[in-house]
Design a protein around this ligand. Structure first.
Ligand code: IMP
Ligand code: MG
Length: 184
């Protein structure tokens, strides 16, 4: 753990930095290069899960050099004030375009119990994409309840509530350029 949060001048909850902005950007650049190589000659569709995946998506896109399209899906698994998935996943907003015969890469902020991603994967797989892979920035591996094959992972992290870089605390602090850990 590095500095306390206030040293960067951002309004944020009590906590500490888990992943510094530079480390995030370096890792996202690496993932972009790896995805470019793996999807060379293809035009993948990056499917971003709203809202947490947004900052990761936009940085990952800029790290990629191959042509690709993007689409969005919103699902609910946590309610406001909740810190754990309810287990009931609902699609609140569906993709704009058909993914049949497309190479789909799901871009997600964090995988925790695995419930959200396993539900989404099953839903997308039934639409018959040419391929379906997952890119998750953060992996809270200790919390897994449902096994989900992750194709790309930014960082394995401990079982603590994290925020920043797309991840919220009751809808706030998604703007922070680092990943912080709540400490009260
Ligand atoms: P899962 O269904 O338990 O894997 O939960 C996945 C979703 O829960 C993620 O897409 C996040 O939106 C949210 N989530 C899980 N852990 C955290 C966290 O530590 N901070 C913020 N959101 C989280
Ligand atoms: Mg999410």
């Amino acid at each position: 753990m590095a500095d306390t949060l206030h040293t960067l001048g951002y309004a944020s909850p009590a906590g500490q930095i888990l992943i510094e902005p530079e480390k995030l950007q370096e890792r996202v650049a690496e993932l972009g290069r790896q995805i470019d190589a793996d999807y060379a000659g293809k035009e993948p569709v990056l499917v971003c899960l709203l809202k947490g995946g947004v900052l990761f998506l936009t940085d990952l896109m800029r790290a990629m050099r191959i042509p690709h399209s993007i689409d969005f899906m919103a699902v609910s698994s946590y309610g406001i004030g909740a810190r754990e998935s309810t287990g009931v996943v609902r699609i609140i907003m569906d993709l704009e375009r058909d993914i049949r015969d497309k190479h789909v890469l799901i871009v997600e902020d964090i995988i925790d119990s695995g419930r959200t991603l396993s539900y989404i994967c099953a839903a997308l797989q039934s639409r018959q994409p040419a391929s379906l892979k997952i890119c998750a920035l953060l992996n809270k591996y200790e919390r897994r309840e449902i096994d989900v094959a992750l194709d790309y992972v930014g960082f394995d992290i401990p079982n603590e509530y994290v925020f920043g870089y797309g991840l919220d605390v009751d809808e706030l602090y998604r703007n922070l350029p680092f990943i912080g850990v709540l400490r009260t």
